[in-house]
Write a protein that binds this ligand. Structure first.
Ligand code: PLP
Length: 407
């Protein structure tokens, strides 16, 4: 018989979200009268803007005509979409042939892990989006979990004490550094000066940054950087991954992109851009043409306006949630709220309490589902992540209940 990939055996059980779902289901079974509202999900809830849905539908119907039909396209993505992404999001910073269109950021993270293989050292923010580490374990770049984390992974705590920007001196030379800003789960956004420190560190120490900018469109403070490529020196040390999921509600539609600069090199001087092109042409056959047409529509004037209004909607939810957790009842419980208005996540600390105990209390007293911070890494203990994805009416009702919360 065939041996199991050791990586799967090394993965410790309990992916965060299945456990959240299990507890919610159990609670609902025990309390059938409870109307549970979820502020726990990282999934979009609002309908696609009509304009964008129409672009998808027009392209799909065109496929039924001789003139409109197309089969396989370029594996790297439609030329027009690559050019538009470069122009709209990276003016003067990256060229169209450095943009690779994909079926989403998570899928690109998995493919990036095949690019670097099992020999590479990993550094991650702690807490972090689980895929960076779990994916590294599956490909063998990270080893067994020894109780305080996986072998081969350096955890960089991001806490209120360091303003959610890590001490980089713990990172080993020649590491792959996963960095997410605006951050999931903390909602923190790194400043230009902070990202300059990260870029300078990477260039000086042979590291490559995998910069996850999936929440860039939530940034409303004009001083904050939306791309790592706004930082001088980034083109020799960074790959940026991005997604239409959160800004355009394409979580189910599926579209993303990665920027791999031509200046980026492996230790032997060979081009990472060339190997990435190889990965995309060999292991991926291009994103759906229908979806790419929708992605193109998102980036013209009307599409950008439509995307912004959906994000404004979620940010309005976020503002209400923040205000609620800053209320007197939560102050009495020792809650500390971290939210700067540039992400869909509110990060709340309950000093001295366990994340899962806070989760259970909010579920039991208010019938609200949240996400325990400890599920994102050891430095997330005592925090819960509150998500602003949801219908406004539900958020209003959730906040009304939360105003009466006490342990
Ligand atoms: C939601 C999310 C993504 C998006 O992944 P897709 O595969 O494009 O849907 C990427 N990174 C982070 C941190 C996310 O929260």
């Amino acid at each position: 018989m065939i041996k199991r990939n050791e990586g799967f055996a090394n993965l410790t059980a309990g992916y965060l979200f299945p456990e959240v779902a299990r507890r919610r289901k159990q609670y609902a079974a025990d309390h059938p009268e409870a109307k549970i509202i979820s502020l726990g999900i990282g999934n979009t809830t609002e309908p696609l803007p009509q304009y964008i849905a129409k672009a998808l539908s027009d392209y799909a119907l065109g496929l039924a005509t001789k003139e409109g039909y197309s089969g396989y396209g370029d594996e790297q993505g439609m030329t027009s979409l690559r050019a538009k992404i470069a122009e709209v999001f990276y003016p003067g910073l990256v060229s169209a042939d450095e943009v690779f269109i994909s079926d989403g950021a998570k899928c690109d993270i998995a493919r990036i892990q095949t690019l670097f293989g099992s020999g590479v050292k990993i550094a991650v923010q702690d807490p972090a989006y689980p895929v960076y580490v779990d994916g590294s374990v599956i490909v063998g770049a990270a080893g067994k979990n020894n109780g305080s984390g996986y072998e081969g992974v350096t955890y960089m705590p991001c806490t209120p004490e360091n303003n959610f920007f890590p001490d980089l001196s713990v990172v080993e030379k020649d590491s792959l550094i996963y960095f997410c800003s605006p951050n999931n789960p903390t909602g923190a956004v790194s400043s230009k000066a902070e990202l300059q420190k990260l870029v300078d560190f990477a260039n000086a120490n042979g590291c490559i940054i995998i910069f996850d900018a999936a929440y860039r469109e939530f940034i409303r403070d004009p001083e904050l950087p939306k791309s790592i490529f706004e930082i001088p020196g980034a083109k020799t040390c960074a790959i940026e991954i991005n997604s239409y999921s959160k800004p355009a509600g394409f979580t189910g539609v599926r579209l993303g992109w990665s920027i791999v600069p031509k200046e980026l090199k492996f230790a032997d001087g060979s081009s990472i851009h060339a190997d990435w092109n190889r990965v995309m042409t060999t292991l991926f056959n291009g994103a759906s043409n229908v979806v790419q047409a929708g992605g193109l529509a998102c980036l013209d004037e009307e599409g950008l306006k439509a995307m912004k209004s959906v994000i404004d909607y979620y940010l309005k939810n976020a503002a209400l949630i923040k205000e609620t957790f800053e209320g007197e009842n939560f102050k009495k419980e020792g809650a500390e709220v971290f939210f700067t208005g540039n992400s869909p996540y509110i990060w709340v600390k309950f000093a001295g309490k366990k994340s899962w105990d806070v989760f259970d209390a909010l579920l039991d007293k208010c019938h609200i589902v949240t996400t325990p911070g400890s599920g994102f890494g050891p430095a997330g203990e005592s925090f819960v992540r509150i998500s602003a994805f949801g219908h406004y009416e539900d958020v209003v009702e959730a906040c009304d209940r939360l105003k009466k919360f006490s342990f």
